[in-house]
Design a protein. Structure first.
Length: 303
């Protein structure tokens, strides 16, 4: 499992390297298949790394692991918009990400990988055995998988997703306060609330009693409503509520799977849980333009 994590980091490094090549050199001459390869490698890397990480670390380390993921993501989403606001070329953000991945691979190689030498990795035979015995693990993760998938629909729609279509002008008008704000700073604030909500959910709910996960979906319903209202000063803080549910569900579901699923089914349980969550992300991503058009229609009709 540790080996798979190292391979996934290598795939991410190659993907980012391709993007750097495109942005700094190829530009408009980029062949479409090359972009497909870059996105495929990035998606495969995330899918491989996350599930193996959650299986290979203990309970306390798992807590820090699930905190580290959103910190890394939001260093890019928040820091990236700050750099864009200063006129920095986006290619440098990709290059910085590539350097960060290479540093992570180096630390992983000298500190974690050597300690795992001799540990067993999942074989095809093991995988087929786990699939065959799905009744022993799938019912235990079904509700949490459904909740994560629903939550990820909101996450993909508003991360920042549809807001990039709603607030696409160079300056954003805060109509209630009669102020304007540069678009990039608007998204810095928005992504910061997104990050705070996610982190708060993970920290607060990780060691709490497991609750019915669909109850957390009340938060993104509130946040989505705020984001779609015609007032930027309300939309800019909506990310907190949208991502609060993701943090709560993520933290509680990892605890639930760890406590209720036999350890020999942990990897496939985490993998299927994350895979179903990604289905929600795909639905949300493909709904962005429809939601943007629907909002424009409703505002024109009722506001």
């Amino acid at each position: 499992m540790i080996l798979y994590q190292l391979i996934s980091q290598l795939m991410m490094a190659i993907s980012l390297g391709i993007f750097c090549l495109v942005l700094f050199h190829l530009k408009d001459r980029t062949p479409f298949p090359l972009l497909f390869v870059a996105y495929f490698l990035a998606g495969s890397a995330v899918g491989t790394f996350e599930s193996n990480l959650l299986v290979s670390v203990g309970s306390q380390n798992k807590f820090w692991s699930i905190l580290g993921i959103p910190i890394g993501v939001n260093m890019i989403t928040i820091g990236g918009f700050l750099l864009l606001a200063q006129g920095v070329f986006c290619g440098w953000i990709f290059l910085g990400s590539l350097v960060a991945v290479l540093v992570g691979m180096f630390i992983f190689s000298i500190r974690i990988f050597p300690a795992s030498v001799g540990s067993s990795n999942l074989t095809l035979r093991d995988l087929l055995f786990q699939v065959k015995n799905f009744r022993k693990w799938l019912p235990k993760i079904a509700i949490h998988s459904g909740a994560l998938a629903c939550c990820r629909v909101f996450g993909a729609l508003f991360n920042p997703g549809v807001l990039l279509y709603i607030y696409s002008s160079q300056y954003i008008n805060f109509t209630l306060y009669h102020r304007t704000l540069l678009k990039f700073y608007f998204f810095v604030i928005y992504n910061s609330t997104f990050f705070i909500g996610d982190m708060a959910g993970r920290q607060i709910m990780y060691n709490r009693k497991i609750v019915f996960p669909f109850l957390f979906l009340l938060f993104p319903l509130v946040g989505a409503t705020m984001a779609l209202l015609p007032w930027a000063e309300i939309a800019v803080i909506s990310g907190f509520f949208i991502q609060l549910a993701n943090g709560c569900i993520y933290a509680q579901s990892t605890r639930h799977i760890e406590a209720k699923v036999d350890p020999k089914y942990s990897l496939i349980s985490f993998s299927v849980w994350l895979f179903l969550g990604d289905i929600g992300s795909i639905i949300g991503t493909n709904s962005i333009q429809w939601v943007a058009m629907g909002r424009r229609y409703l505002l024109a009709r009722y506001f």
